[in-house]
Design a protein around this ligand. Structure first.
Ligand code: 13P
Length: 248
């Protein structure tokens, strides 16, 4: 069996302030070392202070989005090259909130993943079905369609990405997928990746959606779940540290 090092990523979404970020990061740093890898994906304006606070620590940082374009007249967008200058390791792409509120298509998400990889960032590609889609029995078809656009666009480089399965109905609702439901989708995604790259067994597949200290360990112990993408529980150091420890 392949041993993949677990990865726990905090997605701060649109939360934070200078003071709150400093407290949160100090709390995370004070809890080191972690057995798994730990990262935080923060709002753009805070990248530079986070980069300074986390420099030379074992905690990585990233963004919550990236432009599909390299540069140019794209008001409001942030390029992968800019993020790379801040020492970003990760860029979340295709989060369901961006797909829903910013009409991001599967192809745009794939193009963003490509732009991130081109500058040495690791894209965390999010996929996941809505409640309506799950109830219609479409879960597998939806996540496969979302991932397939990325596989098609990246070719062999698909082996470089992290994939996060985040069922939309589990995000911010307190309603977590059961470990069996999550594992079943992760197994589908792993098989789809295996058909595209020999590196599929090394790739990290994260689960996201109402992960908390009390459900993280059992989710992370599933065969194809290699850690988590954490929203609400990433905003308080004690909560996030407890989830990160569950990956140990
Ligand atoms: P919650 O952990 O708040 O459900 O959010 C999950 C998520 O969307 C992480 O990207």
């Amino acid at each position: 069996m392949t041993t993949r090092r677990k990865l726990v990523v905090g997605n701060w979404k649109m939360h934070g302030s200078h003071a709150a970020n400093a407290d949160l990061l100090q709390g995370i740093l004070a809890a080191r070392p972690f057995v798994g890898e730990v990262a935080v994906c923060v709002p753009f304006p805070y990248l530079s202070e986070v980069a300074v606070t986390l420099a030379n620590s074992s905690v990585a940082w990233g963004s919550q989005d990236v432009s599909a374009h390299a540069q140019g007249a794209y008001t409001g967008e942030v390029s992968a090259a800019m993020l790379a200058e801040f020492g970003c390791r990760y860029a979340i792409v295709g989060h369901s909130e961006r797909r829903a509120y910013h009409a991001e298509s599967d192809q745009l998400v794939a193009d963003k993943a490509k732009a991130a990889l081109a500058k040495g960032l690791t894209p965390i590609v999010c996929v996941g079905e809505t409640l309506e889609q799950r109830e219609a029995g479409e879960t597998e078809a939806v996540v496969k369609r979302q991932l397939s656009a990325v596989i098609h666009t990246l070719g062999q480089c698909i082996g470089e990405v992290v994939v996060a399965y985040e069922p939309v109905w589990a995000i911010g609702t307190g309603r977590t997928a059961s470990p069996e439901q999550a594992q079943a989708v992760h197994a589908v995604l792993r098989a789809q990746l295996a058909a595209a790259t020999p590196r599929a067994t090394e790739m990290k597949l994260l689960y996201g959606g109402s992960v908390k200290a009390d459900n993280a360990a059992v989710l992370f112990s599933q065969a194809d779940i290699d850690g988590g993408l954490i929203g609400g529980a990433a905003l308080k150091a004690a909560d996030f540290v407890a989830v990160a420890r569950a990956a140990g």
